[in-house]
Design a protein around this ligand. Sequence first.
Ligand code: ADP
Ligand code: LRH
Length: 495
Amino acid sequence: SGAAVHAAVDLGASSGRVITGRLEDGRLRTEEVARFPNGPVAVPRRGSDTLHWDILSLYRGVLEGLRAAAEPHGGLASVGIDSWAVDYGLLDADAALLGNPVHYRDARTAGAAERVFEHLPADRMYAVNGLQVQPFNTVFQLAAAAGEAQLAAAGDLLLIPDLLGHWLTGERVTELTNASTTGMVDVRTRTWADACLEVLEGPFGVPVRGLLSRLVEPGTVVGPLRGRESVGAAAGAPLVAVGSHDTASAVVAVPAATPNFAYVSCGTWSLVGVELDAPVRTERSRAANFTNELGVDGTVRYLRNVMGLWVLQESLRTWREQGRDVDLADLLRRAAEVPALSCVVDVDDPRFLPPGDMPRRVAELAAETGQRPPADEAGLARCVIDSLALAYRRAVRQAAELSGRDVDVVHVVGGGAHNTLLCQLTADATGLPVVAGPTEGAAIGNLLVQARAVGAVEGDLAALRRIVAASTETRHYTPTGPTGPWAAAESRLWS
Ligand code: ADP
Ligand code: LRH
């Protein structure tokens, strides 16, 4: 019956999906009921372009997906929403949306972090929020937007999952795991951080306190879905605040059997790190730009952002625009034939952040580091995948070293778990066994946390992970050779 079926809305940077899940005999049976594309849209504004999300098309996809999820069962036991982090919508005093949310890859944030640090130095900020410095952290986006008409007209700021949740329920809350990516949350108290809000209010004149709503921990029931005309049989189902940061939900779904694991949440971005009970706020951690994002059940996701499969996705898009439609599976087969480590680049170079011609950027970086640029498409793909595996090696080792956590296995979850070449090279580069899967980690973590909140399942994270392990086919990879060449490449790139 509908009472047993949960629905996860999972919005990634490259696609959104609605996935249902039902618990049966200690297993979670999932079904994808909707998938819709997502990506940046460039819109002219005062002479230059601004990158936006198409939030209304995403909302339509969510509504259609929820209707499709609920219909066969006559209802849903619960609904949860997760998405990419940091971005937000503004509502005016009538609760109307003020413009399409701006995409975190938009160039408006150039120099904003540095301007904030003039008032709150980076080390003092890290001591409070424990957060990596990325130009797109919400606190820097707001500093960049200071003085804009929409901000002046705003009554509420809602992060993307909370905005969609507001449209579905009428409630306004801020879910904590996603809030922790804003730069405005105290990582130790898990509450809004006065020091960070004050810098926006004072020097930047952004009255941010008045825009924020109550923080809630994942697992909180937000309220029932309204509007049978929009969500069909899903109306009345409770919306649960899950780990609404997609990475927080993905980490819940890591099928680890012991605490000594590292994860790569591998999609458009690769988020590489460990799970901790308490944040690491040392100067070395800050210098390495490791972040302490908040996780489900009081945990901390201690990780680094690696630029991820974005570089490959954008390469495919670039080739398509140039009239060459390259098939991903075929490209990966050819890339596997290219010798390892022929050319590696620092995928975290900031020039990879905005959309654009990635093959050209890779060639530039190769030339700057005295390497022969990749000769063809397969060489380019191999360079990106080798470079990702190398970045994972570095991040896994640094996470272990900076946190003191032993790591004996690397779990790869997300769309990248399909990429057998990347998974094998991750084992080779780290010298550790790799377990790949589930590929829909965020949706599965989302489903389990909502199911637990409405009493359909019990237990701590370890118990939820046993359910994931029992419900997913994983692929196992072991290192095929010495890590020496990877260590050498690492010290060449980051000497
Ligand atoms: P996001 O949640 O950020 O939108 P996903 O977790 O859906 O991203 O991962 C998308 C990526 O997964 C794609 O860019 C692609 O590189 C990879 N991927 C998905 N399916 C496959 C596949 N069958 N083979 C290889 N790679 C795949
Ligand atoms: C991955 C992700 C990541 C953030 C980025 C903005 O989808 O949520 O954890 O850093 O998007």
